[in-house]
Structures are given as structure tokens and as C-alpha cells.
Design a protein around this ligand. Sequence first.
Ligand SMILES: N=c1c2ncn([C@@H]3O[C@H](COP(=O)(O)OP(=O)(O)OP(=O)(O)O)[C@@H](O)[C@H]3O)c2ncn1[C@@H]1O[C@H](COP(=O)(O)O)[C@@H](O)[C@H]1O
Length: 92
Amino acid sequence: MLDELYNILVDRKLNPRPESYTAKLLYGEKGINAILEKIGEEATELVIAAKDGKREEIIYETADLLYHILVLLVALDIRLEEIWNELERRKR
Ligand SMILES: N=c1c2ncn([C@@H]3O[C@H](COP(=O)(O)OP(=O)(O)OP(=O)(O)O)[C@@H](O)[C@H]3O)c2ncn1[C@@H]1O[C@H](COP(=O)(O)O)[C@@H](O)[C@H]1O
């Protein structure tokens, strides 16, 4: 799923369309700050949902956060494989 979504986001970067939310984040006038703001916002919303023990909201906010993290990685040309390699390196 993450690979599939990542590839769609790369496509939005290479072939931006006006209706694409991802393209707006990647090419908006705020630059990378727009993505960073969303990550901060979604992370905070996830923390609040978890504090409140709201299962459905935790799932929803986690999905939002994962999506925005993937957009950041695409913006910075960091491949998912590089993250998996780092996790692999930490295995014990
Ligand atoms: N998985 C997602 C996804 N998750 C979250 N979001 C967007 O992230 C935003 C979440 O921010 P908020 O909850 O604050 O909602 P908002 O008030 O509308 O957001 P802002 O206007 O404040 O930025 C919403 O606009 C969601 O639509 C996503 N937008 C797109 N995708 C997927 O990304 C792919 C490319 O989408 P497009 O770039 O839109 O074509 C598609 O496969 C989509 O399924």
C-alpha cells in the first residue's frame, strides 16, 4: 500500500494537475513549509486522538500523517527503500 501510494505521489510530482492536492502541496508558494506544517498538524491531531482513546480517529489521523510523510519524502527525492534500509540496519 505504501509503495503504491508513494508511486502515485511521484506521478503527481512529475505530472502535476491543477486538481491534485499533492501537486498543490509540492508546488504551492509556501514551498516545503506547507508539507511541514501539515505533518506537524496531523501529528498533533494523532496525539490528541490517542490521548482521547478514539480508535477510529487514531486510524484516520495516522492515515493522514502517513500520506503527508510520503509527500515529504517525494518532495525530497528520498525513496521508501532508504527508510526500510535504515529500519533493517536497526534490527536486533
Ligand atoms: N491519501 C491521500 C490523502 N490523505 C489525506 N489527504 C488530504 O490531506 C488533507 C488533510 O488535511 P485536513 O484534514 O487538514 O483537511 P483540509 O482542511 O482539507 O486540508 P488543508 O486545506 O488545511 O490543507 C485533505 O485535503 C485530504 O484530502 C490526501 N490526499 C490524497 N491522498 C491520496 O494521494 C493520491 C493523490 O491525490 P491527489 O494529489 O489529490 O491527486 C490519491 O491516490 C489519494 O488517494
